[in-house]
Design a protein around this ligand. Sequence first.
Ligand code: PLP
Ligand code: SF4
Length: 344
Amino acid sequence: MQAWEKSLNQSVTSPEELAGLFRVDAAPLAGVVGRYPMRITPYYLGLIKEPGDAIWRQCVPDPAELADLSQSPDPLDEERLSPVPGLIHRYPDRVVWIASASCAVYCRFCMRKRGVGCAGMQVAPQKEALEYLAGHPEIRDVVLSGGDPLLLSDERLEDLLAGLRRIPHLEIVRIGTRVPVTLPERVTPKLAALLKRFHPLFVNTHFNHPDEITDRSARACALLADAGIPLGNQSVLLKGVNDDPQVMRRLMLKLLLLRVRPYYLHQMDLVKGTAHFRTPLAKGVEVLKALRGHTSGLAVPHYVIDLPGGKGKVEVAAECVRREGSRLVVTTYLGETLEYQDVC
Ligand SMILES: *Cc1c(COP(=O)(O)O)cnc(C)c1O
Ligand code: SF4
């Protein structure tokens, strides 16, 4: 057994274990965990400074999860858009491949909360999914997602990537993973060497708060970056966790130090069980405005809403430009209003 597998086995998975570590009442959490599983790795648990902080809120179950009855388990219609179960083909030239049903830590705000970590998550059957990709020459980009694809063993991962690379029209492979944040020991030199054989390969990770950036997560990112893997980050705007422009600014600047380029800032999806994390759109715009112009443009992510019904992602702009005929009225990052002449 590898070190990271041992860590997974030592994770906290029951309210009773949690109650043994912190002053919490286990009883109200039992029902939540019965519906939406909990797992907190020893490493991620160690990042908690006090109950209720930004790390805690991301990983400790909350009775509010069961109180959200209005939202849909699958608002993005992922299941309807899967020609092969677990393979989501929503855009013309790229697909999402659900490669694993489990994660190191079960994020309470997960957009695939309907099934992640339990029997409900449909993982794409490898043979059928590869056949589908081989038969669709328009697909040039595969996003391995889940669950967390890096919870697969090195052998399974190698087999999957080799299968993808036998399809000539597949140009790029992306891996979406939270292990640099929640289980950094998973990123071994061996894993980095394995991934390097399948370039062009991109990794998008998922840091949400500056307290998640530690020596160990930095080392995991360095191993990947040194293997020539471009690293991106997708954050989710979460009430009570990171809905603060100054917190987000610190996160984005720290990511750049890790050679991780902020890619997306996601508005919370309308996923059942996550309503207590939603923030108004104005909060995300406020975050954007606190970044653009004030600091490196490299630190500014695209703020996106993934539209219900599988309509795709749409970018939310900071609305700094208003048109009046051929005249544009622009607002600078310092709040100055200027005119700019367009060509007609
Ligand atoms: C987000 C997403 C992608 C990738 O979108 P990019 O904007 O290219 O990063 C592809 N397919 C689905 C279903 C997605 O949700
Ligand atoms: S790592 Fe990603 S897929 Fe897994 S629980 Fe967290 S948000 Fe969901």
